[in-house]
Design a protein around this ligand. Structure first.
Ligand code: ADP
Ligand code: MG
Length: 317
């Protein structure tokens, strides 16, 4: 069954969307009109969710695809220490996408939106020549000059991560060979953006640099190091590894180091950081060094170069 026509689809979306304080005028005009609090700067982030690149229809229920689609954008706002204000969705569907799939996708996306009190304020709808393509834009705000950048890490800062790593990549590995029950892999099927943690750190000026872990710890730490002109030393044993599967087994170190799409936060700080922020565990995994290389230390004290093996498009991985 084909999806609804563009006009009735937009009407349906419009009926389901809630108002938000930042939206002066939402769906239904040529542009949305947004308002941000005085003394705030705008944050804008955009992320693709592409069929067979970011999800597969036979692996991921539509609600999961919609939830994760918005979470990608929310996580980028979290990584700046910002508050999400409005979302925009450009959606291209091929003629064979069942309307049931589209409804499920919006169920998931709007559930994530309502969890964070975020209004869907507009978007675009088009027919794709093949496959489902969604592009989410999230607009957020942060007090002037207070956005936490990738470039702020300084020598001797501690390196911290929220939650546990590798759970999402473990689900993908499992899906390649068989089934993965969503309840056994929550960070893959239901990742929650760390908005409250990001804002908590930003308000107290505790994070010098920050990024969300979307491509994998090694790749995202490298982004921080490059932008800040520093290096890092990470203790392999300190990295919190996700527990997955029905036996709640800990993932291997490689998945924790290089697996992507966990949407946890990675940040640096010279200050004292509590073991838990906004209900989320925070773990110190290493420190920033002047020498511009990334080192992994092992239990027996051995040091080796931390290879960068996270996700990178066009590299065929
Ligand atoms: P235009 O031709 O001016 O771009 P459209 O007909 O594409 O207008 O869109 C009409 C309204 O519906 C706009 O407010 C637009 O933001 C909104 N809209 C279109 N597609 C979506 C979508 N997938 N999700 C949310 N809002 C949408
Ligand atoms: Mg349009």
């Amino acid at each position: 069954m084909a999806p609804l026509g563009e006009k009735s689809l937009i009407e349906r979306i419009r009926r389901r969307v809630r108002a938000g304080s930042a939206v002066v005028n939402g769906i239904g005009d040529d542009s949305a009109v947004l308002r941000v609090p005085a003394g705030h700067e705008l944050l804008v982030t955009t992320d693709f969710t592409l069929e067979n690149v970011h999800f597969r229809r036979q692996w991921h229920p539509p609600e999961v695809v919609g939830w994760r689609c918005l979470t990608r954008g929310l996580s980028d706002i979290a990584a700046m220490g910002g508050e999400p204000r409005a979302a925009f969705l450009s959606l291209a569907l091929d003629g064979r996408t069942p309307q049931k799939w589209v409804n499920g996708f919006f169920d998931g996306l709007l559930e994530a939106a309502s969890e964070f009190g975020l209004p869907l304020a507009g978007g675009d709808t088009a027919q794709s020549a093949g496959g489902i393509q969604a592009d989410i834009v999230v607009v957020g705000s942060v007090p002037n000059g207070k956005a936490v950048l990738r470039s702020g890490a300084r020598t001797a800062d501690g390196v911290y991560v929220t939650g546990e790593l590798g759970g999402s990549a473990a689900a993908l590995a499992q899906l390649h060979t068989g089934k993965a029950r969503p309840a056994d892999y929550p960070r893959h099927f239901h990742p929650v953006a760390r908005i409250a943690v990001g804002q908590w750190l930003q308000r107290r000026g505790l994070a010098s640099g920050m990024i969300d872990i979307s491509d994998g710890l090694s790749t995202d730490l490298e982004h921080i190091c490059e932008e800040s002109g520093v290096g890092a030393e990470i203790a392999g044993a300190a990295i919190p590894r996700a527990r997955v599967g029905h036996r709640a087994q800990q993932v291997g170190l490689d998945l924790a180091l290089h697996g992507g799409e966990d949407y946890e936060l990675l940040f640096t700080s010279a200050k004292k950081i509590p073991a838990q922020v906004a209900g989320v565990p925070v773990t110190r995994i290493g420190r920033i060094t002047r020498k511009r290389r990334m080192v992994l230390t092992e239990d027996d004290g051995a040091r080796r170069t931390l290879e960068v093996r996270g996700w990178e498009h066009f590299k065929g991985n």
